[in-house]
Design a protein around this ligand. Structure first.
Ligand code: MG
Length: 394
């Protein structure tokens, strides 16, 4: 196939991928294929899949997506088989995001694609791994996991004969890049522009951002209890948990154990998701957008909770921060993972031949380029591979 590098040319097609329930149409301000900014490398369209569906499928078939199965969310992957990993977290984000998208007549396929890709750039060992790698990269341009997710889909995946990366649509890439420093935004052209102008991404991207925080707030309660790091009594000091605990207890007097906790979490998710849909729908109505750019040009995010639910949601977030993420057992593991990442970075920098040939032979003409190759290699590791590498090289 003769592939032309076109930049983001628009294409026009019958929007099969935009179809919803029979008789329903997308909202005017939803992402629509007919107004998409397209793909970087021009490709023929598919006759039976929409463009955002193709993005989703490319993400699911990627190597980076499979690796999410063995990457830490909060608990290191080998600590237990039942804890969330980055993979199950991403699936929960997609589930919540799709529910909201459908209720608001937004583009469900785009929401799904962004959700499944949003954590592709995460290092092993969750946030502590990322902090450690960022520390190592201080003199070489730093490490941001959102930017790394974009790097994965734009450059690092090696799947196609005709182009590097997955050649995703502009809108999926817009959603993946949730945060970005001004310095990096300047190098990203049209995708980085909103971070300099302080405007917003499309509503689909905003919804995924919200679904992400709803998912981890709630599943971390479950994982924290399962790990024995937070207790039921302690959780009841938390306002939102307490409210839903009382509702469940009233409805099911004798309910105990895991089923009780699941019912409370289910209630909390339903409560915040409903509020998100209602509050965001009201904000959309007030803005009265006629296309996706009306959402993008708005300075503030449109998607959000009511003041009351925002307070409850953030209360739960603060609670988890204090009692779970800062728990001494979690912190001890974090210290250990920092050591592992720091050690690996130093060793590969000193001797790039320790990396597999496809990395060691990459351009490393100067230290900055070499450091980026090393960071890409480390960021792609699963928890257990990083631990094994640490043992091998020690
Ligand atoms: Mg996430």
């Amino acid at each position: 196939m003769n592939i032309r590098k076109t930049g983001y040319l628009k294409w026009f097609r019958v929007p099969t991928g935009d179809a919803m329930f029979p008789g329903e149409t997308l909202a005017l301000h939803a992402a629509q294929e007919c107004s998409s900014k397209g793909r970087f490398y021009d490709e023929p369209t598919s006759s039976y899949r929409g463009e955002y569906e193709r993005d989703r499928d490319r993400i699911i078939h990627s190597t980076a997506f499979r690796r999410l199965m063995y990457k830490t969310q909060v608990f290191v992957n080998h600590e237990g088989d039942l804890y969330r990993t980055r993979l199950t977290h991403s699936l929960e984000v997609a589930q919540i995001g799709r529910t909201v998208a459908r209720a608001m007549r937004l583009n469900e396929s785009l929401v799904e694609a962004i959700s499944l890709a949003h954590d592709l750039g995460h290092t092993p060992f969750g946030h502590s791994g990322q902090d450690a790698l960022n520390q190592c990269m201080q003199d070489y341009g730093g490490f941001e996991h959102n930017l790394q997710s974009l790097r994965v889909v734009d450059e690092l995946e090696e799947k196609y004969a005709d182009f590097p990366g997955l050649n995703l649509t502009w809108e999926t890439r817009e959603g993946i890049l949730k945060h970005c420093s001004a310095r990096n935004a300047r190098e990203l052209g049209s995708l980085g522009k909103r971070f300099l102008d302080r405007t917003s991404p499309g509503l689909e991207a905003q919804i995924v951002d919200m679904a992400d925080s709803i998912a981890y707030n709630n599943h971390d309660v479950d994982d924290g209890v399962r790990a024995g790091l937070i207790g039921l009594r302690q959780l009841q000091e938390q306002k939102m948990f307490h409210q839903h605990f009382e509702i469940v207890k009233r409805r099911y007097a004798g309910l105990e154990g895991r089923r009780l906790i699941y019912e409370v979490i289910r209630g909390m998710i339903n409560y915040v998701v409903t509020d998100l849909i209602d509050h965001t729908s009201a904000a959309v109505k007030a803005l009265n957008p006629t296309c996706i750019d009306d959402i993008r040009n708005h300075k503030k995010s449109i998607a959000g909770f009511s003041a009351e639910v925002l307070d409850l949601h953030q209360g739960l977030k603060r609670f988890l921060h204090k009692n779970l993420y800062q728990h001494e057992q979690v912190r001890a593991m974090n210290e250990r993972t920092k050591e592992i990442i720091g050690f690996l970075f130093e060793r590969y920098m000193a001797n790039p031949a320790l990396m597999p040939i496809e990395f060691s032979r990459r351009d490393r003409s100067d230290n900055k380029t070499k450091a980026r190759v090393v960071a890409n290699y480390i960021a792609g590791m699963t928890d257990r591979f990083a631990i094994a590498e640490h043992e091998r090289l020690n």
